[in-house]
Write a protein that binds this ligand. Structure first.
Ligand SMILES: [Mg+2]
Length: 217
């Protein structure tokens, strides 16, 4: 494999970690306090924008004059170091994977850097692609995948993507990538391997590669 592509949140740390709920709560606060949306409209608009644009932020920028950078900084301003712990075993195992390791996240660069640093993974990943990659077009839309592959200079068929959201792997599969789902699955046909926790990935990948030669059939 040429490249191992990892999602960040709820992938590099367990989904049970109480980090994402903090970001989630700050999105609501931002919509009310900074964007001036009445409290009772927040939930509805959040859902609507998310369905329409894939990101709440895009709807806020289009309809409420929100500056995407201001939004990203605000919602990701959580005390990552108080919640996550370093994981040296994971760092070592990931470092040994035979290929480049990169991050593809719908979050911000600053948040990704903070999370990687606290987990002790900052040396493992050679590149971080954040939500700015394709002009705020997020996964699972194809644009960020296409732009990432263009910048990496590799075809999708030489990549493995590791993610906690199955739908994001559907697009990865359409680009020819091998796909690894972290957490519970629902029999998705585009998922090549499913594991409970990212710490199990290097060993599981090694075994799979030995037995089948590759993750892809
Ligand atoms: Mg995730």
């Amino acid at each position: 494999m040429d490249a191992f592509i990892f999602d960040l949140d709820n992938t590099l740390y367990p989904a049970s970690t109480p980090l994402f709920p903090l970001i989630d709560a700050r999105i609501n606060t931002y919509m009310h306090q900074r964007a001036g949306i009445p409290k009772e409209r927040v939930d509805h608009l959040r859902r609507q924008y998310w369905q329409e644009y894939g990101l709440t932020m895009v709807g806020l920028a289009r309809h409420h004059g929100v500056d995407p950078e201001d939004y990203l900084e605000y919602v990701h301003d959580v005390d990552v170091a108080a919640i996550l712990r370093p994981c040296p075993e994971l760092a070592e195992a990931l470092a040994n994977l035979p290929g480049a390791k990169v991050i593809l996240t719908n979050g911000s660069m600053g948040h990704a850097r903070r999370v990687l640093e606290v987990l002790g993974l900052q040396e493992v990943f050679t590149e971080i692609f954040d939500v700015r990659l394709a002009a705020y077009r997020p996964k699972p839309y194809p644009e960020p995948y296409r732009e990432m592959l263009r910048r990496l200079g590799v075809p999708g068929s030489r990549c493995v993507m590791v993610e906690d959201m199955a739908l994001n792997l559907k697009t990865a599969k359409e680009f020819g990538m091998a796909t690894v789902l972290i957490g519970p699955g629902n029999g998705e046909t585009y998922v090549d391997m499913r594991i409970d926790d990212v710490t199990l990935f290097p060993e599981a990948y090694g075994r799979f590669a030995r037995e089948k030669g590759s993750l892809t059939p």
